[in-house]
Design a protein around this ligand. Structure first.
Ligand code: NAP
Length: 491
């Protein structure tokens, strides 16, 4: 623990929490002296009992006696649970804490008010939740309390409460020394808190953006957008929000964000499974025609007055990646024969855009019925994927996951017909798929899903900030993250 205090100080923490209940043996006076004398960092000493989510299993008398011994060594703060009578508190500055591991308590505000009335120096109120909308209640508490307060929600859905705490004037937040060393569910590492979410640069005026999806833990969007904000000097932060599948869950979170204009929430990326829900949420008229026809939006922009606009940057990102690689304008797609492999969400956005610019499209899909339904909607042709070798197309666009990591040797086409001049694989992990390697050997123009991926993030940045996006920085972030993933995969 002493070594970890040094590591925390070196990593830039302001305070280290010494969780005495995590030690193998309850510490005696000598052990506490070894831990707390001449310490390298300010500390909160905590000895959490099992009843409040800790690991201390001994008697309450013994537990408080250890805290009293620690208090004699003048730690910066001592954490005491709010069910301990004030006459039993050890000396020193007290962090009075309340934990709910089973969910958000119904009397959250009453608990907060009681903490606020106590003589403790700092309030700490923490609850577990898997509902993203409940996470926002942690910010309500921060706004209402008059004393220095820590107010957090635990769990993956609640990560943003830990990051945005600083914007709402929290006394602090908690981060772990490294992944795997968390003392509570959903805690990010101190490196991510400092470097990815840029904790030190968050302030009351910081604008907030995020990505909604499920799953969300591996999204690269926080890394891309936060790096872009830094590079462009924009006072903003971008956080992941895990929202379980279901329209109600999505709507509840959106209502929660809009009911709190003081959050300064200005935009959201929306990913699987909520793109259709996002379109359903926004008022008619606040979305372009093509996004409505596609039936999905991946970008929401929230104005200071609370109106929400929806855009689909996926289709424009794909079309622009294709046109850029072929040195042509969108209008030049008219009359070009394009084979689209796949009939899912990505294919739908791309087919809609291709038809909007009057390309001649054939959809090849594993399930023919799905290809036919898409083709009928957008007035194009449909074929089974097994007949893709017989295509008569100049451009091929792969919108299936065939070839995606870890299955990187697979390709949706055994051979690429000689008529094909351009191959666009929407997969971005890896950036060069087996299909693109085949295409390159045949001298085709190759377009990577990486370009599409970067384009859609660039478009979001520009919609939200009205400034040109630092495209090179954003691309670099994606490449670095992909390289790190490949490296981890090899290890
Ligand atoms: P989706 O809605 O689940 O659709 C997947 C499509 O692929 C369906 O048509 C499905 O055929 C087909 N498919 C899946 N597994 C297959 C297999 N083993 N063999 C043959 N066909 C198969 O997914 P999506 O959202 O459209 O995403 C598709 C791909 O697009 C992703 O894997 C991703 O790489 C790429 N993408 C890239 C970006 C980017 O920014 N670069 C953005 C979005 C998506 P059935 O209908 O027969 O099931």
């Amino acid at each position: 623990m002493r070594r970890q205090m040094h590591e925390a100080a070196a990593a830039g923490a302001d305070l280290a929490e010494c969780r005495l209940d995590f030690l193998k043996h309850a510490p005696d006076e000598q052990a506490l002296r070894g831990l707390l004398s001449d310490r390298p960092i300010e500390v909160i000493v905590t000895n959490r009992p099992v009843r409040q989510g800790g690991k201390f299993k001994g008697s309450e008398r013994r537990r408080l006696a250890i805290l009293r011994l620690a208090a004699q060594l003048s730690p910066t703060y001592i954490d005491v649970e709010d069910d301990v009578p004030a006459e039993d508190w050890p000396g020193g500055a007290i962090v009075l804490s309340h934990h709910d591991f089973s969910g958000m308590p119904g009397d959250l505000d009453a608990i907060a008010a009681a903490l606020d009335r106590s003589p403790a120096a700092v309030n700490k109120q923490v609850f577990m939740t898997s509902r993203a909308n409940e996470t926002l209640r942690a910010f309500d508490i921060l706004r209402a309390c008059r004393k220095p307060t820590i107010s957090l929600a635990m769990g993956e859905a609640a990560l943003c409460s830990r990051i945005l705490a600083r914007k709402f004037g929290a006394f602090g937040t908690f981060a772990s020394l490294a992944g795997g060393c968390e003392s509570a569910p959903g805690q990010p590492s101190i490196a991510d808190m400092k470097n990815l979410y840029r904790w030190d640069s968050i302030g009351p005026a910081t604008a907030v953006y995020g990505v909604i999806g499920c799953p969300i833990a591996h999204s690269m969007s926080p890394a891309i957008h936060n790096a872009a904000f830094t590079a462009a000097g924009v006072d903003a932060v971008y956080v992941p929000i895990r929202v379980e599948e279901g329209r109600d869950n999505f709507f509840r979170l959106m209502d929660g964000l809009l009911e709190r204009p003081w959050l300064d929430w200005r935009g959201l990326s929306v990913t699987i499974p909520h793109k259709e829900n996002a379109l359903a949420y926004i008022a008619a008229g606040n979305c372009d025609k093509l996004s409505r026809k596609i039936g999905a939006v991946n970008t929401l922009t929230i104005s200071p007055s609370g109106s929400v606009r929806g855009d689909n940057t996926d289709y424009s990102a794909a079309i622009d990646a294709l046109c850029h690689a072929c040195a042509m304008r969108r209008e030049d797609l008219a009359g070009k024969a394009v084979a689209v492999l796949g009939a899912g969400g990505a294919a739908r956005a791309i087919v809609a855009a291709l038809r909007r610019y009057r390309a001649e499209v054939t959809v090849f899909n594993r399930s023919l019925a799905r290809a036919e339904a898409l083709a009928e909607e957008f007035s194009c042709q449909a074929e089974a994927l097994k007949h893709a070798g017989e295509m008569n197309a100049e451009i091929v666009i792969n919108c299936t996951p065939i070839g995606m990591s870890p299955d990187i040797e697979s390709s949706p086409l055994e051979t690429i017909p000689a008529c094909v001049k351009v191959v666009f694989d929407t997969i971005y992990n890896p950036a060069t798929t087996a299909l693109l390697r085949q295409a390159d050997q045949q001298g085709c123009v190759c377009v990577s899903g990486l370009d599409m991926f970067v384009n859609q993030a660039v478009a979001q940045f520009e919609l939200w900030t009205g400034r040109p996006a630092p495209r090179d920085v954003m691309r670099q972030v994606v490449q670095q993250r992909l390289a790190a993933r490949t490296e981890r995969g090899r290890a």
